[in-house]
Write a protein that binds this ligand. Structure first.
Ligand SMILES: *Cc1c(COP(=O)(O)O)cnc(C)c1O
Length: 446
């Protein structure tokens, strides 16, 4: 045996080393053993044996890279509230508690305790959805894309759906309305020009094969200038005369008036129902601030047809989603409880409160200043309209490098770079995370 190999610590000793053993629960025994073995192989191939401390540090480095690949919490300092890459809407504490209860044990999800027999998994959720939106009936599926698919498959398979050209959306993650239409077996009939559509265009396209008139929310783009739209009320009027229902893909699904938060008005679910659309679909994890889900509300007879579609079995939500969504919806009962939904807490935070927290950050950070910033809703909602916010600006000749260091923290911080400055936007940083941000800032000046 060469001297190199004699100096080499045994794998089992390294597995138990105080700096390495804690990785076992982070990456698993196999990955820990592999990282150790790989580093030892490297030493065997290229002696001499480094001091034990250095060897351990190199193994830790390999493991840190593996840990970074795990799913874990990050601090969103980007100022984008519904950041799709960071998991869209954070969930309310009461929703998480309800999910914990529903998930940890058995529940009466599909069991009627009074009758002692099978019940409906949607019944309770339906009650609170009707209460919040005023809808006659509702149905919940896996996401809004699934909701649109289910509506089209149920109501328009083998028939025609009329959609304005300006509303043939593609949103992130490969959801393209024309493709979903094709997949559902419906035929798309496009009307209007890219920028203008009139009721007469829809009327001219009606035929005996028309099953639906459809509106879709242009969530992530805006057509400006020489434009004409047909509002839902007009479309419903046409549909009623022709005996064709109107369905609407609302996308973000506001159930409160966002002007309350200084934002532009976003058409609400209630307004769509008031306009008389037969069905409206929206996401659970955009402006509702709940879990990923697709919610369909509207006319009871159409919802009943959706319920009868065998496809629903493949699109339905589980008990944890039902618990999360029900608890989130209940928070809409009053304005105070609504601000327990993290999205609305963030929207409602005053600039003074953000400035105060920013001032506390400054005590830990060298070369930092407080700046005015613009936060965005994101997630394909209200494109282009920002809201005032406050950020801590870290000036550095190497912003990418500094950002990488922030992402390398035990709770990684994802920030925004603007003109050679790294900005930490206070609006999306939860108050409970301030401590972790302060530690990160202190570590930067070490
Ligand atoms: C976001 C969005 C969808 C997709 O919603 P998911 O819940 O992510 O599936 C569909 N339609 C519109 C108009 C949207 O904005």
């Amino acid at each position: 045996m060469s001297d190199v190999l004699r100096g080499l610590p045994a794998v089992h000793r390294l597995l138990e080393h105080e700096s390495l053993a804690p990785y076992e629960h982070l990456v698993g025994r196999d990955a820990l053993r592999t990282a150790i073995a790989q580093e030892l192989d490297r030493v065997r191939a290229a002696p001499p044996m480094p001091p034990l401390g250095l060897l351990v540090a190199r193994i830790s480095e390999r493991l840190d890279r593996a840990v970074a690949e795990n799913l874990h919490a990050v601090i969103n300092a980007t100022g984008t509230l519904l950041h799709t890459n960071l998991g869209r809407a954070p969930l309310a504490a009461s929703a998480l508690a309800a999910a914990g209860e529903a998930g940890a044990g058995y529940s009466n999800i599909e069991y009627d305790l009074i009758a002692g027999e099978r019940g409906s998994r949607y019944r309770r959720l339906n009650a609170v959805l009707r209460e919040v939106t005023g809808a006659e009936d509702s149905l919940v599926v896996n996401n809004c894309a699934a909701a649109v698919l289910l509506m089209l498959d149920t109501l328009a398979r083998g028939a025609e759906v009329i959609v304005a050209r300006s509303q043939l959306i593609e949103i992130g993650g490969g959801f393209r309305l024309p493709d979903v239409l094709a997949r559902s077996g419906a035929t798309l009939v496009e009307v209007g020009a890219t920028n203008k559509v009139y009721v007469a265009d829809y009327a001219a396209a009606l035929s005996r094969r028309t099953a639906l008139l459809m509106r879709s929310h242009p969530s992530n783009y805006r057509i400006e200038g020489f434009v004409a739209e047909v509002d839902a009320g007009e479309l419903v009027e046409l549909g009623t005369r022709a005996g064709v229902p109107v369905v609407e893909d609302l996308g973000s699904g506001a159930v409160v008036d966002l002007r309350e938060y200084g934002l532009p008005h976003e058409r609400t679910v209630q307004e769509a129902l008031h306009d008389g659309v037969a069905l409206a679909a929206f996401s659970g994890d955009k402006l509702l601030g709940g879990p990923q889900a697709g919610i369909i509300v509207g006319n009871g007879a159409y919802i009943a047809r959706l319920r009868g579609n065998p496809l629903l079995r493949a699109l339905r939500v589980d008990k944890v989603t039902i618990a999360l969504l029900s608890a989130t919806l209940k928070l809409y009962r009053t304005k105070e409880s609504r601000e327990q939904i993290p999205l609305y807490a963030m929207l409602g935070a005053s600039l003074e409160s953000l400035r105060e927290r920013a001032a506390a950050y400054l005590r830990e950070a060298a070369n930092a200043t407080i700046v005015e910033s613009t936060a965005y809703l994101g997630g394909g909602t209200l494109p282009g309209s920002g809201m005032p916010s406050i950020a801590v600006s870290l000036r550095t000749p190497y912003p990418e490098e500094l950002h990488a260091r922030l992402r390398d923290r035990p709770i990684p911080i994802v920030a925004r770079i603007e003109e050679n400055r790294v900005l930490l936007d206070l609006r999306t940083i939860a108050v409970q995370q301030d401590g972790a941000v302060l530690k990160a800032l202190a570590s930067l000046s070490e």
